[in-house]
Design a protein around this ligand. Structure first.
Ligand SMILES: Cc1cc2nc3c(=O)[nH]c(=O)nc-3n(C[C@H](O)[C@H](O)[C@H](O)COP(=O)(O)OP(=O)(O)OC[C@H]3O[C@@H](n4cnc5c(N)ncnc54)[C@H](O)[C@@H]3O)c2cc1C
Ligand code: FES
Length: 398
């Protein structure tokens, strides 16, 4: 027995020696099998993007082109329709916002994002007014479920875009055109005025070259010279073009008001929810107007948020005050001196990157958010779409 143990020890020592020698000659991770590298290439923990070009798309929208800021780290591949979370530091506040990739997924030399200014916004204003060529930003890997799935979506696709909601569709149309995919596409693009039709030249070029893609602009505030469709994207206008709803798959991207309107229109056309995929751009401007918001909680009400944190390896408790009508994640990010970093991607309750444990108290969660059963069961919330209604206690253990 003793002999066997000694033999094992010797074998182990020999292996250790060999490993030491190999690490000196060619340090490679012990687990190296190619798969780790592939996973890291597809799902990098973070990306560093450098601005290489900025172009004006309209009076309030700019196109930003980014390349990888790390020469040995190519940009992560993505599916047309996905977004990245762009992380920014604005006067010490570290936050992020998702932006759909506009560029084609068939090349990864660069990413492009189209960013529209939000009047009382934060990150969009910073990007439009302050970002310059050469700046480097951190970003998430490409995320999101809004992309063409050939198994479930069929061959007849109806894209409905409102304003800057056109961005994921540009990438999808580029993909469909470049690959000459045999799909029938109807794009309904709702804008205020003719000047707000983003990527018009490219859309018209696509329309000319691909008869299977039909593009319809609908203006809600048309000028005198406009002879196209006016008003909102209604069920009549949709049906007029697509003729029948049978076997069609619908994608909706835009702001909340547009989404609610289109959802009603599609309901009236008896389109099953399983044939609709949507993406809402941003949290509501006024959450008190959302169905289900408790009438007795006014816009000025503030509550206490108790945070269980780990600081310098120790568990500590901090208390902050936050308005009920602000997403919890925004309130936490504003507390710069606490050094809290909560990962985020979609900021719309979909990616689960910001999952946080609610220990006590009541929150309001936006109605369109679908939480996983397991999160419900163990008391996790998505602070990006959660609003505190009472004093609450949460646990942040990163
Ligand atoms: C999947 C997805 C894809 C998207 N793609 C696009 C796209 O392609 N193009 C596009 O234009 N938009 C896109 N959006 C919307 C975009 O992510 C932002 O919501 C939009 O740009 C508005 O962001 P904002 O910060 O300017 O405004 P808001 O998100 O409304 O920010 C205002 C909020 O910031 C916080 N804030 C304000 N001041 C401060 C301060 N001093 N310190 C700390 N916090 C503060 C407050 O909480 C305030 O409510 C997308 C959204 C989603 C969900
Ligand atoms: S950031 Fe995606 S769920 Fe909160």
């Amino acid at each position: 027995m003793e002999k066997e143990i000694m033999s094992d020890v010797k074998k182990y020592q020999k292996l250790e020696k060999l490993k030491k020698w190999r690490d000196e000659v060619q340090p490679i991770p012990w687990y190296f099998d190619g798969l780790e590298n592939l996973c890291d290439r597809i799902h990098p923990e973070k990306q560093f993007l450098q601005v290489t070009d900025i172009k004006e798309l309209s009076k309030d929208t700019k196109l930003f082109r980014f390349t990888s800021a790390k020469f040995n780290k190519p940009l992560a591949p993505f599916r047309a329709g996905q977004y990245i979370g762009l992380i920014v530091d604005i006067n010490g506040v570290r936050t992020s916002r998702p932006f759909s990739l506009v560029s084609s997924p068939n090349q990864l030399a660069y990413y492009e994002l189209g960013v529209k200014r939000k009047e009382i916004g934060f990150v969009s204003i910073y990007l439009l007014d302050k970002l310059k060529v050469g700046d480097i930003l951190e970003a998430t890997e490409p995320l999101g479920d809004l992309y063409y799935n050939r198994v479930f979506h069929g061959k007849d696709l109806v894209f409905i875009a409102g304003g800057s909601g056109i961005t994921p569709f540009i990438s999808m149309l580029r993909d469909i055109t470049e690959q000459n995919l045999k799909l029938n596409v109807w794009l309904f693009f709702g804008c205020l005025t003719e000047d707000d039709i983003l990527f018009r030249e490219e859309l018209e070029d696509i329309q000319r070259r691909r008869p299977n893609i039909k593009i319809h602009y609908i203006l809600s505030e048309p000028g005198l010279g406009w002879d196209g469709a006016c008003g909102f994207i209604t069920k009549e206008k949709i049906l007029d073009e697509i003729k029948s709803t049978e076997k069609k798959f619908f994608y909706i991207v835009g702001n909340r008001a547009m989404y609610s309107f289109i959802q009603e229109q599609l309901e009236e056309l008896n389109i099953s929810k399983s044939r609709i995929i949507f993406e809402l751009f941003g949290v509501p401007d006024d959450v008190t107007e959302i169905i289900g918001w408790p009438k007795d909680i006014t816009a000025s009400k503030k509550v206490k948020i108790t945070l269980d944190l780990i600081q310098q390896g120790k568990k500590v408790q901090e208390t902050i005050e936050a308005p009920c009508v602000e997403p919890l994640l925004n309130s936490l990010e504003k507390e710069m001196n606490l050094g809290i970093i909560i990962n985020s991607g979609c900021r719309s309750g979909a990616c689960a990157l910001c999952r946080t444990k609610l220990k006590s108290g009541k929150i309001f969660m936006l109605p369109e958010v679908k939480m996983r059963e397991i999160d419900h069961e163990f008391g996790f919330i998505h602070p990006c779409v959660s609003y505190p209604l009472t004093d609450i206690e949460i646990e942040i253990l990163n």
